[in-house]
Write a protein that binds this ligand. Sequence first.
Ligand SMILES: [Zn+2]
Length: 73
Amino acid sequence: MGAVPKKQPSDARKNRRYSSHVRKQIKAQLTNLVVCSNCGSRTLPHRVCTVCGQYKGATIVAPKTRVKRVSSN
Ligand SMILES: [Zn+2]
C-alpha cells in the first residue's frame, strides 16, 4: 500500500482548492471567444452560437426570440 491520506479533506478545503479551477475556466471562456460566421457575434469556440443558434452553417437550435409584452394601460 502506497501513501494513503490520514484524513479526508474538508469541504471548505476542497472548495478552496477548486475555486482557482473555476476562475481559470471562466477566464478562459472570456478570453477565447471567436466571431460567429453567421451573425458576427462573439461566441465560444466549437459551440453553437447563443445568438443565432448556428454551428458550421447549420441551424442547431432555434434562436431565442424576445416576445414583446403589450402593456394594457
Ligand atoms: Zn451567431
